[in-house]
Design a binder for this molecule. Structure first.
Ligand code: UDP
Length: 360
């Protein structure tokens, strides 16, 4: 059976690592179609190299386009690849623009779509990721929520129960695989890890400045791998120069996945607006301070391990210095076997289908 997997941005590559491994072990042919949404060495190539991903069979190049033209270009690129490959189904990951484009292109051709990480909701339709995710789900025939609350959301929204499969979080699969392959063990380091890249923070000078000023005013050692979008926003102000000059803040380029897993494992706590980094920090038992009000995993907050600071100075300070989770940390993200479960389900649902031709 042949599956086309749509890749575009950093978190897709990391999820694809576990999926590709599971496909290989079960004899599923897995074709990567990369829209070039993230395309430079730090944000794309390094993940293919470090994680041993097959090079994309189709690779588009990044261009600055208006939103509609960008979506259209991605859809046409993906449509052409699907028509060439005639897969049994198309797999889309998470919530990036390429996820939406992939799901729309495949469903337009009548090819079944499986959405990995379905049902996660922050209930905020002005968040671009929420829109991407919801659109992908409307096109999907198989939905793989990563956590219980995501499964409940899908059921409450009327998605058919027979199409919903709670498999665990594929990000946990990738995290555990890299931890084991590189002998990385969580330890209690003397630094705080910070990541920041959501448009809500980078494109709002007031929020960006409030977060950075609070980090600079504190005294905690901070390691801060800087996303290209964040760097561009910081360089438009004096914040970039001041952060560079700040003795207790170590600004780093975007890191490879192995380095990032090491950084999370060694941190004392993690401050982030990333969906993935916050989950990984929880899995490694690090107090998580959210730099965005979007709550994607209510289970982490209910467990007392995530504190939502947003861009509020007082709350960030509390999160940085004082926030302490209770003892006991429930398993939220499964057992690291999500990708294998997904592949088994896909083989059962689509394995019998003959090779088909799509479109004209
Ligand atoms: N990550 C990475 N290098 C970095 C920062 C993050 O490899 O410098 C990894 C991180 O461990 C997680 C994923 O990228 O697995 C999260 O991606 P990102 O924060 O870009 O997106 P989000 O999860 O918010 O969608």
């Amino acid at each position: 059976m042949k599956v086309v997997c749509i890749l575009g941005a950093r978190p897709n590559f990391i999820k694809h690592y576990a999926f590709q491994k599971a496909c290989r072990s079960k004899g599923l042919e897995c074709i990567a179609v990369h829209t070039g949404q993230h395309s430079d060495v730090d944000m794309s190539d390094i993940f293919f190299r470090q994680l041993g991903l097959d090079p994309p069979a189709y690779l588009d190049r990044l261009e600055r386009l208006t939103p509609a033209r960008d979506l259209g270009r991605k859809m046409v690129f993906i449509e052409d690849a699907i028509k060439c490959e005639s897969p049994a189904l198309v797999v889309v990951y998470g919530d990036v623009a390429s996820t939406r484009a992939g799901a729309l292109a495949a469903s337009g051709l009548g090819v079944p779509v499986a959405h990995v990480e379905a049902g996660v909701r922050a209930g905020n339709m002005s968040n671009p990721e929420e829109l991407n995710r919801r659109i992908a789900e409307l096109c999907a025939h198989t939905l793989f929520p990563n956590i219980e609350s995501a499964r409940s959301n899908l059921l409450a929204e009327g998605f058919p129960e027979d199409d919903i499969f709670l498999t665990g979080d594929i990000m946990m699969d990738s995290l555990l695989a890299v931890r084991n392959a590189h002998g990385i063990e969580p330890s209690n380091g003397d630094y705080v890890l910070v990541t920041l890249h959501r448009a809500e923070n980078t494109d709002d000078p007031t929020r960006l400045s409030a977060i950075c000023e609070t980090l600079m005013a504190g005294s905690r050692n901070i390691r801060f791998p800087v996303h290209p979008r964040t760097r561009a926003a910081l360089e438009c102000t004096d914040l970039w120069g001041r952060l560079l000059a700040c003795g207790h803040i170590d600004l780093m380029p975007p890191q490879g996945y192995v380095e990032t897993v090491r950084l999370i494992a060694g941190a004392e706590r993690v401050l982030s607006d990333s969906g993935g980094v916050r989950r990984e920090a929880y899995i490694f038992g690090k107090p998580v301070v959210s730099l965005i009000e979007l709550i994607w995993v209510p289970e982490m907050i209910e467990a007392g391990w995530e504190f939502v600071a947003g861009a509020d100075t007082e709350r960030i300070r509390y999160g940085l210095e004082t926030f302490t989770p209770p003892p006991g940390r429930p398993d939220i993200f499964g057992d690291g076997g999500a990708a294998h479960r997904m592949v088994d389900i896909l083989l059962e649902r689509y394995g019998g289908e003959a090779k088909r031709q799509y479109g004209s």
